[in-house]
Design a protein around this ligand. Structure first.
Ligand code: GFB
Length: 327
């Protein structure tokens, strides 16, 4: 059942993460209240704690944005954490939402659920048609379990549980730690720190991982939040008409190479840094472009250009740098 009342209780799981924060910002702007719990308050990997929280809070709507996430290296280095945390969080929340009669749940997956060599652009029907990318298969399998759980509950009990598959996300609240982050914040930070850092005050070289030839599609996180809220409002029969399995890709519909991303970032930052490649690091999937026609036919499109999104993310990053420690 779709969102109609401003009195609805909306639980945003993962409200402190980049996606959760963006969803909460958007809900607040539209005059909706939301509830959230930190992992100290409710360990979502614990079934009993999760179930008790749902019984006490009785949310009407759930946005499932809680997850262990990271870039290609983090996925490759911590496969057990990515697998276990994400499987447990998704299973516990989705089941508790079912048992407490949540009106609609939106589960956030990832475009890495599709086969490594899926035809491009990737359609929802390409799920489970070929082998996964090895570096992030553990995360992908956990996300596939979550979306299949939603699909099974819809099939067996008619639950209005949907799965959104966002492409690579970036934006305000992103992780800028070079070991764990995704490519966009990593390159933004590296280019920023190299500015004027050469021995004679020139821009120092920056190193990017891999060959720079893989292609990715980048969605500004506030656009994803807009897609989530848009979907909360859509009548169920209209959604099921375009997505009988409840699966909806969310992206911008265009991609670019990591080399071109680097050039755009350098341009936004105003950098002249030479670029070097660390080829010991993996490239991952050669291309990941989503077909977003299902969301388009539901009346949604992304509206932040990559350049504008990078500009806003960079402004936010610089603000964090200038804030006193401890904030
Ligand atoms: O964003 P990213 O870490 O994740 O890497 P994936 C994208 C591409 O950028 C890869 C290259 O080809 C990286 O080798 N790259 C270049 C860099 N320089 C850097 C750098 O400094 N840092 C990083 N991180 N990459 C993730 C999955 O895959 O995407 C997750 O592992 C999830 O499970 C997420 O699906 C959306 O796009 O390759």
């Amino acid at each position: 059942m779709h969102l109609q009342s401003k009195d609805a209780t909306i639980y945003v799981a993962g409200h402190r993460g980049m996606v959760g924060q963006a969803v909460c910002r958007r809900l607040e702007a539209d005059g909706y209240d939301w509830i959230g719990r930190t992992s100290r308050e409710v360990d979502l990997r614990d079934q009993t704690e999760t179930q008790s929280f749902f019984e006490e809070a009785r949310p009407d709507f759930v946005v499932l944005a809680a997850a262990t996430v990271g870039g290609i290296l983090a996925n490759d280095t911590y496969p057990a954490d990515f697998f276990y945390n994400n499987t447990a969080i998704a299973t516990n929340i989705i089941q508790a939402a079912h048992e407490t009669d949540v009106d609609r749940l939106i589960f956030l997956g990832s475009s890495c659920i599709y086969p490594k060599h899926a035809p491009q652009p990737m359609r929802e029907e390409h799920l489970l048609t070929g082998p996964l990318e090895p570096t992030n298969q553990w995360y992908a399998v956990a996300k596939i379990a979550g979306l299949k759980h939603c699909e099974a509950l819809h099939r067996q009990h008619g639950d209005d549980f949907l799965s959104l598959m966002p492409t690579n996300l970036y934006g305000i609240g992103d992780d800028f730690d070079l070991e764990t982050s995704h490519v966009l914040p990593a390159l933004l930070r590296k280019v920023h720190e190299a500015k004027g850092a050469g021995p004679d005050g020139e821009d120092a070289p920056v190193t990017m991982w891999g060959t720079g030839t893989p292609k990715r599609e980048f969605l500004f996180v506030d656009d994803l939040a807009d897609a989530v809220v848009h979907l909360l409002h859509q009548p169920e029969d209209e959604i099921r008409e375009v997505a009988p399995d409840g699966l909806l890709n969310v992206g911008v519909g265009e991609d670019l190479s990591i080399n071109d991303l680097m050039a755009t970032i350098k341009d936004v930052v105003g950098s002249e840094s030479p670029v070097e490649h660390d080829r010991s690091k993996p490239d991952g999937t050669p291309r990941k472009l989503l077909d977003v026609s299902r969301m388009r036919s539901l009346g949604w499109e992304a509206d932040t250009s990559l350049r504008e999104g990078i500009r806003q993310t960079y402004a936010w990053y610089r603000e964090q740098e200038t804030q006193p420690a401890g904030r």
